[in-house]
Design a protein around this ligand. Structure first.
Ligand code: SF4
Ligand code: SF4
Length: 435
């Protein structure tokens, strides 16, 4: 209750900063898709003015409008008044969820499964074994699947299947000393890379080994908590936060590195935001220490290891080179300001010719649970992205977030495009292997 009152007070202070200028309209991918004022940051902030009264009058209406948001951060990045729109939306979702309670489905997923990392891992391992009964391959090039039967949850989606063996079964833990670089990192795998893209984690380990970087991976990592906090479930978020902090805070390392833009942004921005709202000072200082040492893998390799483009070490201009383009994940460029570093990693690989796509930093439309709840709008935004990838004439599109990889794969697969989707660390690992 004390936490809730504090959040409500903070929310009121942050809301008044909005001048209602409407400049967020031109950058909001949701507004571009729907044209509705209630979908843009200004409309949502106006709704939150006097939240307490509106919560009693029409809690479902407020919840619905607040939930219809990609949490992409484009509004916050471009706001001339510095309105912290994402902080506001997250706090408001928590307040509303405390007031209304979680739906039974979210309770089951967030509190029954996600909050218990060991059980969550086992359930998805079973899912990986039996997924073929309900799904069938859709695109060999992209590795996507689709539903065998009419399904209200999967509908016409082309999704990435669970990997036959998750990364934590390949490497359950690791603790190697710093090598020639003199640097040791803690690697935070993240759920999507662990369970869908273990190849990305393997590429990261290959790169660490090449540069003589020591690696710490604790056994049994938990989810970073973003699905819980974006659903307003502060309890599940805190459980996962405490669980992960215990896994990492006793180990010695220089940086915590992740290859997932969403996990990096959550650890750096949301962990401290939520720890600050509580009264546990010991937790707060542990969170500050870890989030201060957290870096996106592209940023880490360029800024701390010194990966750079040498003369002649740029992508090929040969006619037969594979054309590659890059999509900026919102959580990497808008939230953390990382955009040149993944491009540097990609350009080290001379087998590719890099070509910028139009609107490279326009949101892909994924938005986590937004894609589950508003698939039609999500794919409308996604089609704009796949159109831009095609316009670049790309054979391969790289992006630094596994959630964007899933969304872009869906769009390209449904359009029957022969374009593959990769992570920049895979492109860089390929160049290292070739020498
Ligand atoms: S959120 Fe920022 S950009 Fe949008 S209306 Fe308010 S002040 Fe203007
Ligand atoms: S977070 Fe993204 S989708 Fe949500 S209001 Fe801001 S710009 Fe629009």
């Amino acid at each position: 209750m004390i936490k809730l009152a504090r959040l409500m007070g903070e929310l009121e202070e942050q809301i008044v900063v909005c001048m209602r200028c409407g400049m967020c309209q031109s950058v909001c991918p949701l507004f571009a898709a729907t044209g509705r004022e209630s979908d843009v940051a200004r409309g949502k902030i106006a709704l939150l003015d006097g939240l307490l009264n509106k919560m009693f009058e029409d809690p479902n209406g407020v919840y619905e409008r607040l939930n219809k948001c990609l949490l992409c951060g484009s509004c916050a990045t471009n706001c001339p008044s510095g309105v912290k729109a994402l902080d506001i939306f997250i706090k408001a979702r928590i307040i509303l969820t405390e007031f209304m309670g979680l739906s039974p489905a979210k309770k089951l997923i967030l509190r029954g499964m996600l909050s218990h990392p060991g059980l969550f891992d086992r359930l998805l391992e079973w899912g990986a074994k039996f997924q073929g009964l309900l799904t069938k391959p859709a695109s060999d090039i992209l590795g996507t699947s689709c539903s065998r039967i009419a399904s209200p949850i999967l509908n016409e989606r082309h999704f990435m299947p669970l990997a036959p063996v998750p990364f934590h079964r390949i490497v359950s833990s690791m603790d190697t000393p710093a090598g020639s670089s003199g640097i040791k990192v803690a690697f935070y795998t993240g759920c999507l890379i662990d369970k869908i893209y273990p190849n990305v984690a393997q590429a990261a380990l290959d790169v660490f080994s090449h540069h003589g970087i020591g690696v710490f991976i604790p056994e049994g990592q938990g989810c970073c908590g973003i699905p819980a906090v974006s659903s307003g479930d502060a309890g599940s978020f805190e459980r996962l936060l405490r669980y992960n902090i215990e896994k990492y805070s006793s180990a010695g390392f220089d940086y915590l590195v992740t290859a997932c833009a969403t996990c990096t942004s959550t650890i750096k921005k949301i962990w401290p935001l939520m720890a600050d709202a509580g009264s546990d000072n010991a937790l707060k200082s542990k969170v500050e220490k870890i989030s201060g040492k957290t870096l996106d893998i592209n940023q880490f390799l360029v800024s701390k290891i010194g990966v750079k483009l040498q003369d002649g070490n740029k992508t090929s201009d040969k006619g037969d080179a594979v054309i590659i383009t890059y999509h900026d994940p919102c959580h990497l460029k808008k939230s953390l300001g990382v955009s040149s570093e993944p491009r540097t990693l990609i350009k080290t690989n001379k087998d590719y010719s890099f070509k910028e796509m139009p609107e490279a930093d326009w949101c892909c439309g994924m938005g986590g649970s937004f894609n589950l709840q508003y698939y039609e709008i999500s794919s409308g935004i996604g089609k704009r992205k796949s159109g831009n990838i095609k316009a670049a004439g790309a054979d391969v599109v790289a992006t630094g977030c596994p959630a964007c990889m899933i969304q872009i794969s869906d769009m390209l697969s449904r359009a029957n495009e022969k374009i593959t989707v990769k992570h920049p660390i895979e492109i860089y690992a390929e160049s290292i292997k070739k020498g």
